[in-house]
Design a binder for this molecule. Structure first.
Ligand code: MG
Length: 251
């Protein structure tokens, strides 16, 4: 069942979304060659707690950290650790914060130092795919209109969308109904209504869409070891159109 949020609940989700967005902004400032993913995780957790919120991911199904840090061919769910970022890497950082019992969830892929043109294009297409998907998050549209718009943009740029992992409803729990795939037929799925809140999150691969999970049981990597990017926002569907809850205010 898709849970429709009240105005008060949306206000709580705005708070969670703002803290999530600001945490990612802290990550943008911190990502550089030489920094470890564990250092980024500590910084994110400190920031979330300083705002009176708690990290959504820590302890979720046993996940040991506050961010997912996925480098290069890692798609999602990378565990922060001693790995040092290197010039030319890309890093996908996914973070969630919970306050007043409501969650925000967002992700961004950042360049580390100077990246090559193909990687820059992967990031640009994925970021744009998220925007294009969000544009479909309107009252009266169908859920897979979002999915289709994302897939269309990605595949028309000769990149691929991950199938095994998808976006999701979000609210009092981080993952609610419905699933929000990044592929599908337009005009299908539940009709979108005001008060629905969705985490829309294209995961885009440079090569094959196929992925596999590493031995740590968390880190998802592309099957062909080509790079992958991930952008995500928590979005509320309103009568006035999509409202991005994890957008940096003033940014
Ligand atoms: Mg998510």
């Amino acid at each position: 069942m898709i849970i429709i949020k009240t105005a008060r609940e949306l206000a709580y989700m705005r708070d969670a979304g703002e803290i999530t967005a600001e945490t990612l902004h802290e990550m943008e400032k911190a990502v550089k060659p030489g920094v470890t993913t564990a250092e980024l995780d500590a910084k994110a957790e400190d920031y979330i707690c300083s705002r009176g919120a708690a990290p959504s991911f820590k302890g979720y199904c046993g996940f040991p950290a506050s961010i997912c840090a996925s480098v290069n061919e890692q798609v999602v769910h990378g565990i922060p650790g001693i790995r040092k970022l290197r010039d030319g890497d890309i890093i996908s950082i996914d973070v969630g914060a919970v306050i007043n019992n409501f969650h925000g969830d967002a992700a961004i892929t950042l360049p580390v130092g100077e990246i090559d043109a193909e990687l820059a294009r992967l990031l640009a297409v994925t970021r744009r795919a998220l925007e294009i998907g969000i544009d479909q998050a309107c009252v009266g549209k169908r859920l897979f209109d979002i999915s289709h718009a994302i897939q269309q943009h990605v595949e028309s740029n000769d990149l691929s969308v991950v199938r095994q992992f998808v976006g999701h409803g979000i609210g009092k729990t981080m993952h609610e109904a419905p699933q929000v795939p990044n592929f599908g037929e337009p005009g299908r799925g539940p009709r979108l209504q005001a008060g629905m809140t969705l985490a829309i999150e294209p995961m885009v691969n440079a090569g094959t869409w196929e992925v596999e999970t590493e031995e740590d049981q968390w880190t998802v990597v592309t099957k062909d070891k080509k790079p992958s990017a991930h952008f995500e926002h928590t979005v509320a569907i309103t009568e006035k159109g999509p409202e991005i809850l994890t957008r940096l205010s003033g940014g």
